[in-house]
Design a protein around this ligand. Structure first.
Ligand SMILES: [Zn+2]
Length: 173
């Protein structure tokens, strides 16, 4: 019995680097096309034509569709003043280069309205509180439960049973 396994990823047709986009999950459905996908290195768009597991054609997508890497500062306004979160972020652009005003507006919309923090809290690189970028104790410990982790949104009821205090409203600490 083999004790290894192999995965197949696309090379990027723009930068020639490993795109980070896996394609072998489509082999059973070949022939089929997929994309646009975005290279994890240069963040530009490419398209995939899976003719068979041994014949995968990767081509460039629209040249002006790409993600622009940026750093974004978020703040949580706590009782002792704001706690700042420095985020790894990226801005999707489709067409001419965004002005700074467009960038601010699109990132504000993304973080304040469009997305759930669970999707990007793992992208936080630095937390700053009152000038301290090593702010131990910035979050208050409440309680631990043994043998419970890895929840997804479908497990919301389970989370509510484990931590009912987190769902209670109208009380301070
Ligand atoms: Zn690339």
């Amino acid at each position: 019995m083999s004790q290894t396994y192999t995965q197949t990823y696309c090379m990027c047709p723009w930068c020639g680097e490993q795109s980070g986009c896996r394609v072998d999950h489509l082999f059973a459905e070949a022939p089929r096309t997929a994309g646009g996908w975005f290279c994890r290195e240069c963040r530009r768009e490419f398209l995939v034509d899976v003719r068979s597991p041994s014949e995968v054609i990767v081509s460039r997508g629209k040249p002006d569709r790409r993600f622009i890497p940026c750093a974004t500062l978020l703040a949580l306004d706590g009782a002792d003043g704001p706690v700042y979160f420095v985020m790894d972020d990226e801005s999707y652009e489709d067409g001419p280069v965004d002005t700074d005003e467009e960038l601010q507006s699109s990132r504000q919309f993304f973080f304040e309205e469009h997305s759930c923090p669970m999707n990007w809290i793992g992208n936080c690189r630095v937390i700053v509180k009152a000038g301290d970028d090593d702010p131990h104790g910035v979050l208050r410990f409440v309680r631990s439960v043994r043998d419970a982790r890895g929840f997804d949104l479908d497990a919301r009821e389970q989370v509510q049973r484990l931590f009912p205090e987190a769902y209670r409203t109208g009380e301070s600490k």
